[in-house]
Design a protein around this ligand. Sequence first.
Ligand SMILES: NC(=O)c1ccc[n+]([C@@H]2O[C@H](COP(=O)([O-])OP(=O)(O)OC[C@H]3O[C@@H](n4cnc5c(N)ncnc54)[C@H](OP(=O)(O)O)[C@@H]3O)[C@@H](O)[C@H]2O)c1
Length: 244
Amino acid sequence: MNTGDLPADRQPIAILLHGASGRMGQALLRLTADDPSMRIVAAASQTVGQRVVDGIPQFSATELENVPAFDVAIDFSMPAAFDSILALCLERGVPLVCGTTGLDDTQKSALAAASTRIATLWSSNFSLGVAVLTALAESAARALPGWDCDIVESHHKNKLDAPSGTALSLGLAVEHGGATPRYASLRAGDIVGEHTVQFTTAGERIELIHRAGNRDIFARGALHAAAHLVGRAPGAYRLADLIR
Ligand SMILES: NC(=O)c1ccc[n+]([C@@H]2O[C@H](COP(=O)([O-])OP(=O)(O)OC[C@H]3O[C@@H](n4cnc5c(N)ncnc54)[C@H](OP(=O)(O)O)[C@@H]3O)[C@@H](O)[C@H]2O)c1
């Protein structure tokens, strides 16, 4: 989201980017570089080479305590890194936008508990198209009782968690609609992300498909969420609430 020029009295939103060296982190850095309404004030990764890159101070996982003041954190890292970014946001009393998938139940509970003290928004998929796919899938499940429901997802071969977080979120949606989903996962090449929700019965089949062409769609959604969360009361915000 590029909000263009700022009114003279508005400071850009100061963002801590956690997972900055990763594929999503690099997309976020590129998009914010052109956006006067936002500024990455610190970039954190597991390990750090240079101390400053393009004017942005870099912090390793063991140096998070030292990051300067920020208005909101955006986290696209790994489950092993989640506890420390959540702890930092709680300690500083600032919102957290999190897209990291593969969190375990303890981490999900910790995020829910944190939401009573800070504003949080976790989403398995920050694209507008997947938000619409999720609503369509739930509605189809409701209209097709007794049909088989299969969720098939494909991602690049470096993705660790399976089924993807998005597939599991789609599964929850169709469960709300009364279906019992089954999952299949493919890991191949450099696929950014594809999700198919398939409803099948004797003689007919419906396929709802979303294909992500690049990571900017997720990065834009996360930046939109970050701008929305700054200054908000504590709570577990949902992406769906932001795009209505
Ligand atoms: N919600 C969505 O819309 C969405 C979209 C795409 C991806 N994702 C999820 O976002 C996450 C990141 O994806 P990606 O493709 O960007 O991954 P990636 O390229 O592997 O990057 C991972 C990042 O996390 C950092 N990291 C790993 N372990 C860490 C630790 N213990 N402490 C601190 N930092 C650590 C890495 O730092 P080093 O480089 O120093 O190791 C790197 O900066 C994954 O969970 C992925 O599934 C979500």
